[in-house]
Design a protein around this ligand. Structure first.
Ligand SMILES: [Zn+2]
Length: 478
């Protein structure tokens, strides 16, 4: 594979003490970080990348994304969870063919790499058959990123699909314990007292794979689900709870005590309505956090957005609650440094990959991002590097991305991506969906009704100042 060296960058190692090294080099040999320091000697033939004026950081990690839905990018911009559930669970989700899953995954995978997200959990709950699952895995293996296939199927109960021999066969055939394609089981726990999901948890335990579950989603999953999982011994340090936004203290205690983590999808929680993005309360329970973008049917697979909105939502709530007590927040709890940690180490810890990725340290796998854009007036001066990553930088500033030692984006351009083919494939998926839905239903699905806004009566609707009486005169339209 050879060697790559980043020269003279501001290196955010994200190691345990968050060491920051100005003017440092990062040397990659084959798939690993060989050395970090000032003025390193590179082996002959190493690819030199000038990081002067830029920030070198670990590849970011998105712990929850429905990649298959990327074929419908932006379609649900004005949705709530209500439209989302109707569209995917009840109506259109079943029309996705294996090639549609493939098209969405390929596009989503390149989208992630383009934004410096080197590891993504594909929360793939549209796998109606194992042909769909093969298509999902094929797509992930065709793109040089690091992925975790979180297997799910919203068209059946998890106790059904996980018991199917084809599912076992798929796991045996496709999942080899590679750190480029990991595996989880993805399903939700409804809180039904008979706990039918128990059988699926037993399969996960038998296979030795983690479970990831949408927990604390307003109107969908609640404290009963957490309690049932806990009472049956299925809450483990590997469990990833997505959103966890509408849970009570008791549930957060159970999550904290069993060592699991929460994947916070702030942009999603804010628009779709799972609940208030929970970082403000997770810190009170010392529950580990990772970040995610959920689905490109609303947003994009870009963790800069996740960091930014998470800071905003957390601080917004802290200020608002203080104002409710007639108090002023003078020092905010959540820092830019913390969200950069969540976007990197938070993910590697949640996925059990912390010995391999998540930080720039000698011996770790080389998943490295260079933020540098000499043409941008926003990329200087870099005074507060964590603040710069969280609030100033964006996808267009991602200059170079390395995954497992391989350069997959360089000088702002993806390397080896056939976007023309990705576009043609996605267009075929859209054509297919429009044809099975009908044009009217397609348009209606994209444009939910807008509730009526009642404009308040305004006591100040005067139209004319009367100088004689020095008073406003009431207008006829008051
Ligand atoms: Zn989700």
């Amino acid at each position: 594979m050879g060697a790559v060296i980043f020269r003279n960058g501001l290196v955010l190692t994200m190691d345990d003490t968050h060491t920051v090294l100005p003017g440092a080099d990062v040397l990659i040999v084959d798939d690993k970080i060989a050395e970090i320091g000032v003025g390193l000697t590179a082996p002959p033939g190493a690819q030199e990348i000038d990081a002067t004026g830029g920030i070198v950081m670990p590849g970011m990690i998105d712990t929850h994304r429905h990649m298959w839905q990327t074929a419908m990018r932006g379609y649900g911009a004005d949705w709530t969870l209500t439209q989302y559930f109707v569209w995917y669970y009840l109506e259109s989700g079943k029309h996705f063919r294996p090639e549609d899953i493939h098209a969405g995954n390929v596009l989503a995978a390149w989208e992630a790499l383009d934004a410096g997200v080197t590891t993504t959990v594909d929360w793939s709950h549209g796998l109606q058959t194992t042909q769909h699952a093969d298509a999902a895995a094929d797509a992930l293996e065709s793109v040089p990123g690091r992925f975790v296939l979180a297997y799910g199927n919203i068209q059946q109960g998890p106790w059904q699909w996980s018991a199917a021999p084809e599912f076992r066969d798929f796991v045996n055939r496709r999942i080899k314990g590679s750190d480029m394609l990991g595996f989880q089981m993805a399903f939700d726990v409804t809180g039904d007292p008979s706990f039918p999901e128990k059988a699926a948890f037993e399969v996960a335990r038998d296979l030795g794979v983690p479970v990831t579950t949408h927990a604390g989603v307003w109107g969908a999953t609640n404290d009963d689900g957490i309690r049932l999982m806990h009472e049956h011994g299925f809450m483990t340090p590997q469990t990833v709870y997505v959103h966890a936004a509408t849970l009570n203290q008791d549930s957060y205690h159970r999550i904290s005590a069993t060592g699991g983590s929460v994947s916070v999808s702030t942009e999603s929680e804010q628009s779709a309505g799972q609940g208030y993005p929970p970082t403000w309360t997770l810190r009170d329970h010392d529950i580990p956090v990772s970040l995610s973008m959920d689905t490109s049917v609303w947003w994009s697979g870009d963790l800069f957005s996740a960091m930014r909105t998470t800071l905003g939502a957390d601080r917004s709530r802290e200020h608002l609650q203080a104002h409710g007590r007639a108090e002023t927040v003078t020092h905010v709890h959540l820092r830019a440094e913390q969200v950069v940690d969540w976007a990197t180490r938070g993910g590697s810890r949640a996925l059990g990959l912390d010995d391999k990725v998540g930080s720039l340290q000698q011996g770790k796998k080389a998943d490295v991002v260079l933020l540098k854009n000499d043409a941008s007036p926003v990329m200087f001066p870099i005074l507060n590097p964590y603040g710069h990553v969280a609030f100033q930088a964006q996808r267009g500033d991602v200059h170079t991305v390395v995954v497992n030692g391989r350069v997959v984006k360089h000088e702002h351009k993806l390397v080896g991506a056939d976007l023309a083919k990705a576009r043609a494939d996605v267009e075929r998926t859209v054509e297919h969906l429009v044809s099975v839905m009908g044009r009217d239903a397609w348009e209606k699905g994209m444009n939910p009704d807008i509730p009526e806004t009642k404009v308040m009566d305004n006591p100040y609707t005067y139209t004319e100042w009367d100088a004689g009486s020095a008073q406003w005169k009431h207008g006829s339209a008051q």
